[in-house]
Design a protein around this ligand. Sequence first.
Ligand code: ATP
Ligand code: MG
Length: 259
Amino acid sequence: MQTLLSVSNLCKNYKRSARFLSSGFRQALGPLSFTLERGQTLCVVGESGSGKSTLVQMIAGLISPSSGEIYIKGEALSSLSQQERCKSIRMIFQDPSDSLNPKATIGRILAAPLELNTNFSTIEIDEQIHETLNLVGLLPDYLDFYPNMLSSVQQHKVALARAMILNPDIIIADEILATLDISLRFKIVNLLLDIQEKRGTSYIFVAHNMNLVRHMSDQTIVMHNGLIVENNRTEEIFNRPQAASTKHLLQSHQPDYRK
Ligand SMILES: Nc1ncnc2c1ncn2[C@@H]1O[C@H](COP(=O)(O)OP(=O)(O)OP(=O)(O)O)[C@@H](O)[C@H]1O
Ligand SMILES: [Mg+2]
């Protein structure tokens, strides 16, 4: 297998709140190091405030690390242009009804990343949009629709199509499935896995539902207080959890198995 992503000694500090009357920085995260292989799914789990969103937002380029480096295919992310980053790593936001522009048609929403990041002709843009719609299982009829005319699952599919349209190496999602009920969640997850098989995309998901984590991931990272306390093959994490926080997470999510 080929290492796609390598995170090396990544740290994030936040300025201390002024109300504590102290100066300086508080280390919220790290140092974190791990790798992800091409075509694999990594789930990041951990209690609230453990640093999951901060980590994935740094990989997605939404916030900058205080120190450390992220390498994609051996190249430092900090040395890539915005366009190169966009083509390589895309993020899907939690609530598609929020993240999809309500005033733009699905066609416009999908054309925008191609217009911004490629030199494609109008015909090539059209072809890419149709191919991507087909990939996520949406009919071309939807191109003239506005997001609020679509069901929740269809909106998720549009958000996924927008993320996939540049054929990125990695898709990142922070709790995207939390707003869907359990049967729809599995529908989207199975679609994601199907796309992964076709395109070889790698995924990094922040997830809470351990049932889904087990179903969809190859590798799991457990975070606690801004540090990685366990990083292993998912089956290993479930069968032989080592860290106290991993055991706690697995125990506290047992009720999910009855859902
Ligand atoms: N902009 C910020 N300024 C200061 N501290 C922050 C900021 N963003 C996050 N933090 C702190 O960083 C730590 C990690 O937060 P983060 O949001 O990454 O956790 P999380 O694991 O995603 O939690 P949740 O499961 O609740 O989403 C927390 O202690 C949080 O208070
Ligand atoms: Mg979070």
